[in-house]
Unconditional design. Structure first.
Length: 91
């Protein structure tokens, strides 16, 4: 169980995303923070990450790994496809 509310996680999560963004940008990609809901971090990969076969690895071994190391080991991250941002509210 994550001992933080979604609201308490927003700023630390944004900080971690800013921390990993330069690594993603090296390959021509980018990442946007969307929201935190029930301890799940929703992001959107952009640029060269769209359609890249390694984007799943980038999320799991880059973004999620850093979130778990810096904030809490139970955090998960999900990439939201372009155009699906509004569907998160229905989860």
């Amino acid at each position: 169980m994550i001992p933080f509310s979604d609201e308490e996680l927003v700023e630390p999560v944004k900080n971690v995303i800013d921390k990993v963004r330069p690594s993603i940008a090296l390959d021509g990609g980018d990442i946007d923070f969307i929201t935190v809901k029930n301890g799940t971090v929703y992001v959107q990969l952009k640029g060269a990450c769209l359609g890249c076969a390694s984007s799943g690895s980038t999320l799991k071994y880059g973004v999620q790994r850093q979130l778990r190391m810096d904030i809490h080991p139970e955090l998960t991250v999900i990439n939201v496809p372009v155009g699906m941002e509004n569907d998160i509210e229905n989860l």
